[in-house]
Ligand binder design. Structure first.
Ligand SMILES: O=C(O)CCC(=O)C(=O)O
Ligand SMILES: [Fe+2]
Length: 361
């Protein structure tokens, strides 16, 4: 296999960035965080106004549905990312989750270490996708936990502190799973899918897996030379992202190759299409590249929930879509999202062909 280092299903242990900042208060970046490559070549970003907003209430209401479906279709084609408003997740549940996630990162290091990643696994507290010893590092710490289905949870890695963390995350994971089912249904409708295939699509997200990655980006002494999270597209179905404060950091690569800042809009959830949806839509919808930039004064905390369809859904271009458009499939069909994830994790970070392209026919 091409590429350097180990495959993506495990990560090498690296020091906590938050601890580095707490203990050393560096005024320059330590060399492993200094990105002289193309990753930070363009910190330029444009105004925020034109990022699409989709209203879930309008999608649910028959009177406004068709107009909002057109907006959704255009958001998925042009951006692959939009702000979802009026999503129905309770304010109280959101507040509890944000408070507990922030609370976790504020704990002393030794307390967080109780949830530390075990060798050979990405789950727990640590970092993701560090696969070789001289790899440049992202300016973040994270905790990654499987939430759904319940039997997939590794509760020994779920923090017991703050005391309400577990309860909040369990409820939040459930809320995100239900939301993913609704979002998948309307994305299917926007794509022109109907009847049994639409039911199968929505149901597969309702029964599928949810994994939550909570990320802490400390304030950074040289933000223009570091990166909070390296540009990537998500190898998931749908990613639902919650900002835990009002510090911007997420940027999405627009079709014209310009990085656009995603503003933290209180009460909204960022919906980011993953590559499973790109494949299902036969390339009509995008799984956009995105990245996180860091800030000199302010830390940022975010919660990303990766929602995948259950094995009942084959991962390939939609049969109804192919029939309606008369276009040939541009991607292979894999048996399900588990096979898709296995393919993703058996790769190496620097493989020559991007993952999505490796699925092209
Ligand atoms: O922190 C963010 O805003 C983005 C996180 C992200 O892209 C990811 O976890 O895949
Ligand atoms: Fe992402």
């Amino acid at each position: 296999m091409q590429g350097k280092g180990v495959t993506l299903n495990c990560t090498l242990p690296v020091p906590s960035v938050q601890e580095l900042v707490r203990q050393q208060r560096p005024d320059a970046l330590p060399p492993r965080y200094l990105r002289d490559d193309t990753v930070v070549a363009d910190h330029h970003h444009e105004s925020l106004q034109d990022l699409p907003r989709i209203d879930l209430g309008k999608l649910m209401d028959l009177a406004s549905r068709s107009t909002e479906l057109r907006n959704l279709d255009s958001a998925c084609r042009e951006w692959g990312l939009f702000l979802l408003v009026n999503h129905g997740v309770s304010d109280e549940g959101m507040r509890m989750t944000k408070e507990n996630v922030r609370g976790f990162f504020e704990l002393p290091h030794h307390e967080k270490q109780k949830s530390a990643q075990r060798p050979g696994s990405l789950e727990g507290y640590g970092q993701a996708f560090v696969t070789f010893h001289d790899q440049k590092l992202d300016w973040n710490d994270m905790i990654f936990l499987k939430c759904h289905p319940p039997h997939a949870r590794n509760l020994d890695l779920w923090p017991r502190n703050p005391p309400e963390f577990r309860m909040a995350l369990e409820k939040y994971g459930e809320d995100m799973r239900k939301l993913a089912e609704a979002v998948a249904k309307y994305i299917g409708m926007a794509l022109g899918i109907h009847e049994e295939e639409l039911d199968l699509l929505a149901k597969s997200f309702g029964e599928g897996s949810c994994q939550v990655r909570m990320t802490y980006y400390p304030a950074c002494p040289e933000p223009e030379r570091a990166v909070g999270m390296t540009p990537h597209a998500d190898a998931t179905g749908i990613t639902l992202l919650t900002e835990c404060g009002n510090v911007a950091g997420l940027q999405v690569l627009r079709k014209d190759n310009c990085w656009v800042t995603v503003p933290p809009v209180p009460g909204s959830i960022v919906v980011n299409l993953g590559q499973i949806v790109e494949v299902y839509s036969n390339g009509t919808y995008r799984a956009p590249d995105h990245r996180v930039v860091v800030n000199k004064e302010k830390e940022r905390v975010s919660i990303a929930t990766f929602c995948n369809p259950s094995p009942s859904l084959p991962v390939g271009p939609s049969p109804q879509l192919l029939a309606a458009t008369g276009l040939p499939p541009i991607f292979q069909t894999l048996s399900n999202s588990e096979e898709f994830m296995q393919r993703f994790y058996s790769r190496k970070l620097l493989d020559a062909v991007p993952f999505i392209d490796s699925l092209k026919l």
